[in-house]
Write a protein that binds this ligand. Structure first.
Ligand SMILES: *Cc1c(COP(=O)(O)O)cnc(C)c1O
Length: 355
């Protein structure tokens, strides 16, 4: 009992050294753009994974104001944060019910389970049933009712709002897209539902026949560009920034960071920045990336540490301790540089960013 516990309720938290800017106008524009590209279909929004890492509490009000009315999460644990802001009836839980407790939770909260197997169908009906969604597996072999089972009579006893399937290769010009489209049409012929939904972000760009009644964009809402048709239409949403913790001078021949992989070719002014792999800025950036300030490029020196990176300040010698620098997050470009997918770049952004 040596130290006295201090309640953080009594003392205000000092300012952070990591912040994640959200361009709400770009987010709303992206949703409207995807809604428009969806043709006669209405665009929903995938907000799973804390809205792809950006913070569901920040993202949802903007999407609702823009006009989104259908939201998709993966886990039951994601429901409370979403229904704090959105009508429970607008929320679909993609993983579906694993047990009676999940089904009871869905009925109590009023969110829709997405039923992914005949087992989940039986579980839902035994729990008392009610409005639900159904996922058909048209070839991705992940979640969903198999094509062999689409004629199962139990499916006729459901009150299905959205009958959906998910494309495996919508980000490629693959013949598999048309195969899945045909299979989904076949399933829709025999399973009654109020609405049909097939396309994710990339699927929207495949053309109007992929739209049906409802689309389910995620990545592109948040600035991702999964297909070239969307380039120039989708705007960057996430703008991470990190503060400089310390400036230092290093001399010719000095090395920087773990394993001394960078050696200074001349005397340099460097900045130690509060950003590391614990924040989702992974080791794969080592030796490739740069942070930025205005137009100035500030190359990374040495390995990415857990909580820090070191940058060359030559292009912005005015920068001081406490100043903010930008983390480049144009998703297609950053994906190319880092080798991470655009999805991983977003969902990896850590908890230490103030959102
Ligand atoms: C994640 C997900 C989406 C959104 O996909 P994006 O590629 O991010 O647009 C749509 N539907 C389902 C079933 C998903 O799991």
């Amino acid at each position: 009992m040596g130290r006295r516990a201090i309640s953080t309720k009594m003392v205000e938290l000092p300012p952070p050294t990591l912040r994640l800017g959200l361009d709400h106008a770009a987010l709303a524009d992206n949703w409207r753009c995807l809604d428009h590209l969806s043709g006669n279909a209405k665009a929903g929004a995938a907000v799973k994974g804390n809205a792809y890492g950006l913070g569901v509490a920040h993202v949802l009000p903007t999407l609702i104001a823009a006009g989104a009315r259908n939201f998709f999460v993966a886990h039951w644990s994601e429901v409370p944060d979403v229904i704090a802001l959105a009508d429970p009836g607008s929320v679909s839980v993609l993983h579906g019910p694993m047990n009676p407790a999940d089904a009871a939770f869905a009925r109590a909260t009023g969110v829709k389970p997405v039923l992914n197997s005949l087992h989940q169908v039986a579980l839902w009906l035994e729990s008392g049933g009610g409005t639900c969604d159904v996922m058909i597996d048209s070839g991705i072999n992940r979640l969903g009712i198999s094509m062999q089972d689409i004629g199962n009579p139990s499916l006729q006893n459901l009150e299905i709002e959205v009958l959906m399937s998910h494309l495996a290769s919508a980000d490629e010009d693959s013949e598999f897209n048309a195969v899945q489209l045909e299979r989904f049409r076949a399933a829709a012929q025999v399973i009654p539902a109020k609405m049909l939904s097939l396309a994710n972000s990339a699927g929207i760009a495949l053309g109007r026949e992929y739209g049906f009644d409802l689309t389910r964009p995620g990545l592109a809402l948040y600035g991702g560009v999964p297909r070239p048709e969307l380039a120039g239409k989708i705007r960057q949403v996430a703008r991470p920034e990190a503060a400089i913790l310390q400036r230092r001078q290093i001399r010719t021949g000095d090395t920087v960071g773990y394993n001394a992989v960078f050696t200074a070719p001349h005397d340099m002014e460097v900045g130690v920045v509060s950003l590391g792999y614990a924040d989702g800025f992974l080791r794969c950036w080592t030796g490739r990336g740069a942070l930025a300030c205005g137009g100035a490029r500030l190359p990374l020196l040495g390995k990415v540490s857990m909580d820090m990176v070191v940058i060359d300040l030559s292009a912005a010698p005015h920068l001081r301790e406490g100043d903010w620098v930008e983390v480049p997050y144009d998703l297609p470009k950053s994906s190319e540089i880092s080798g991470l997918s655009q999805y991983e770049l977003l969902t990896g952004l850590g908890q230490r960013f103030r959102r």
